[in-house]
Design a protein around this ligand. Sequence first.
Ligand code: TMP
Length: 206
Amino acid sequence: MNGKFITVEGIEGVGKTTNITYVQQLLEANGIDVVLTREPGGTPLGEAIRALLLDAQYTGMDPVCELQLMFAARAEHLARVIRPALEQGHWVLCDRFTDATYAYQGGGRGIDTGIIARLEQLVQGDFRPDLTLLLDVPVEVGLARASDRSAPDRFEQEKVDFFERVRQAYLDMAGEYDKRYRLIDASQPLEDVQLQLATVMQTLHA
Ligand code: TMP
């Protein structure tokens, strides 16, 4: 039997890393084999592409170049990690996937979503996540949290209005694909966020 493909999305500073680990623990406590991975990245070649994408020396990278690098890494990730793991019955928990492209390259950079959809079709066919957890916080909250970390990467250097567009694109997708999406209010204290996540995950393997 094929496993399930779960993606976690949100702007910078929503607490993705902590909460993904928590979701992994919830699944493993239910006897599910979890492959935890991330985008851009997840394979040796994908991680090399990630380094190019995040490197602040490439500030001003052409948006179409950026878009294609995201899908190049994704093609490799799907072929080498995601599809094989699902076929072996593992569940795949992925820190960002194609919705991040719609949010950042579509919403943030203003690339037409029809163009993104064509690349999505080329790289994935009809393959989509079974569940997407959107961790949502107001932009000021996320950016304040993210600024406590190390030197900003190429995306973290963007301005508030860029992240407002990214957040709005995510919220629009959560509304449009309401069967697949679960909106988590990540501005709450950690234990409340984890309670929301536990409730969602319970319905999934109930
Ligand atoms: P991370 O910091 O959450 O690991 O993600 C790296 C950055 O890459 C983050 O700022 C969002 C960005 N990104 C895109 O712009 N498009 C994409 O398709 C993906 C997967 C990530």
